[in-house]
Structures are given as structure tokens and as C-alpha cells.
Design a protein around this ligand. Structure first.
Ligand SMILES: [Zn+2]
Length: 277
């Protein structure tokens, strides 16, 4: 009689414990924040073991980065930054005075995490701009409503390939920069292209995509030489920085800062300096 009771109690305890464990498991799985924070939880050990795990230098997430446009491990799943954004941030932090000097900085078409970081730099007067609404200023780069010599730094990444009158835009950047100021630029550049390909008769998104590398909103294919020439024609002193080549490969890999496309674009960071008077 007594041992029967003991068995019952023991069984009851096992069942209760099992139910509790099951409830805990279900609760943990269904935490609303779980899906969002899952990418952040990867441990340091995983980073070493899994080559597809990277640390984003924009948002801090350590995660498996995802494919974008046939480029494996291109996108941070947390903040959506891509290789070029992370390379640019690494450059700005390590190779410029952007986080030290008192500077007026105008950033065209930034992404969210870039803005979060640069807005928090106490030394910067940081202003964002775009052709459409949603940024601090709504500016047409071919006719910028800003005074001459009013900015120290302009960033325009993957902007000029969208602008039909890009030479006008380059002149405008030159005009609004102070002497000694600089524009930090990038456009898509396929290696080996000798001349700029553009045709103002190509206007439909479908045709533009067919002619300009699959992008319905691009208006030309730049060559590196042609791009440099257009910048110099406006008065800029131009330097194409192959920054990936200067960095320790393990650092490049840690933040996934280079394209893993089969045929990657040239990923140089273009520094266009307005000579000091
Ligand atoms: Zn990120």
C-alpha cells in the first residue's frame, strides 16, 4: 500500500516536471523577440567554426550573412548593410578625421545604420539628403540648393549612376565643398570596361536594366578611367583607394567587406579632393 503511494507520487512528480519542461520549451520558442534576436545570439565559437558567420561593424550583430544579387554573405540580416557599407564605415573610422574633427558633412542617400553612427559623432554636423523625401534635406544633386563652399565632406555612394546629368552633379559637389574638402564616392565599376557606356535615348526601366547591368534605375555603365576623368574635369584631385587590398584579410572576412560575387565589381573607394586655395 505504502510503496504504491510512493510510486504514484513519483509518477506524478515526473509528469508535472515533464509538463513544466515542455511549457518552458514552448515559451522560449515563442518569445516574440526571439526571431529578431536570434541572429545576435551566435557565440564567438560559432564565428570561428562557421565561415559564413560575420560581425557587422555597423550594427554589431554577429550572424550568418545572407546572399544578395548572387553575392554570397553580402547582407547583414539585422541592419541590411552590405559589403560596401561596412567597408566604407571601416574606412571612415580608421582612415579619416570624420570622428575627430569638427566637420560639416552632407551624406546623400545613406542607409539607416550609417545615419545612426554618424549622427552620434559629437564632432560632426551631419546632414542627410536625397532626391526624394525622407532625409534631412531634399536635394537635386544636379542643382543643389546650398551655398558655395559650405561643406567639408560629401558622401555619395552609388548615386551618380542614377543621374543622367552626372557631370552637372559632380560640378555641384565641387561647388558646395570648401577648398580642402572632399567627396567620398563610389559607383558600380566592372573590371576591364574601357569607356563609359551611356545613351540618353534609353529611358524605359526595362531597357535600362537590359543595357546597364540589370538595374532599371541606372543610366550608364562607368569605366574607372571615365569616372576619374569626369571628376578631374570638375577640378577634383582624385584618388581611387583599393582599401580591401590594404587590410588584413582576416579583418575583411570578419566584417564581410568584399563582394563574393563570381565576377566582383571594382570596390575602390574614390576620394575626390577640392584643392585648398
Ligand atoms: Zn548590421
Amino acid at each position: 500500500m505504502r510503496s504504491q503511494l510512493q510510486t504514484r507520487v513519483a509518477l506524478g512528480m515526473i509528469v508535472t516536471l515533464s509538463v513544466l519542461l515542455l511549457m518552458l520549451w514552448v515559451l522560449q520558442r515563442n518569445t516574440p523577440a526571439d526571431r529578431e534576436t536570434a541572429v545576435m545570439r551566435t557565440s564567438a565559437a560559432d564565428v570561428q567554426e562557421d565561415p559564413a558567420v560575420h560581425t557587422c561593424n555597423l550594427c554589431g550583430a554577429t550572424a550568418r550573412f545572407t546572399e544578395f544579387n548572387n553575392r554570397p554573405e553580402a547582407t547583414c540580416p539585422n541592419c541590411k548593410s552590405r559589403e560596401r557599407h561596412r567597408l566604407l564605415m571601416h574606412y571612415m573610422r580608421n582612415e579619416t578625421r570624420l570622428f575627430h574633427d569638427k566637420l560639416d558633412m552632407l551624406h546623400f542617400s545613406p542607409i539607416g545604420p550609417e545615419k545612426d553612427i554618424l549622427r552620434n559623432a559629437p564632432n560632426l554636423h551631419y546632414v542627410t539628403a536625397d532626391y526624394s523625401q525622407g532625409e534631412d534635406l531634399r536635394l537635386d544633386l544636379t542643382s543643389v540648393e546650398q551655398p558655395d563652399a559650405s561643406w567639408d565632406v560629401i558622401v555619395a555612394y552609388h548615386v551618380l549612376e542614377h543621374i543622367v546629368e552626372d557631370q552637372k552633379a559632380i560640378h555641384e559637389m565641387y561647388r558646395i565643398l570648401r577648398p580642402g574638402g572632399q567627396a567620398i564616392l563610389q559607383v558600380p565599376l566592372e573590371p576591364g570596361r574601357k569607356t563609359i557606356y551611356e545613351d540618353t535615348a534609353i529611358v524605359s526601366p526595362k531597357e535600362r536594366a537590359r543595357h546597364f547591368g540589370g538595374h532599371a534605375d541606372h543610366v550608364r555603365l562607368y569605366s574607372a578611367g571615365g569616372f576619374k576623368q569626369r571628376l578631374e574635369a570638375a577640378g577634383f584631385v582624385v584618388e581611387a583607394v583599393d582599401y580591401v587590398a590594404r587590410l588584413d584579410p582576416s579583418v575583411v572576412e570578419r566584417h564581410a567587406m568584399r563582394s563574393k560575387a563570381k565576377k566582383p565589381d571594382i570596390e575602390d573607394i574614390w576620394i575626390a579632393r577640392k584643392p585648398a586655395r
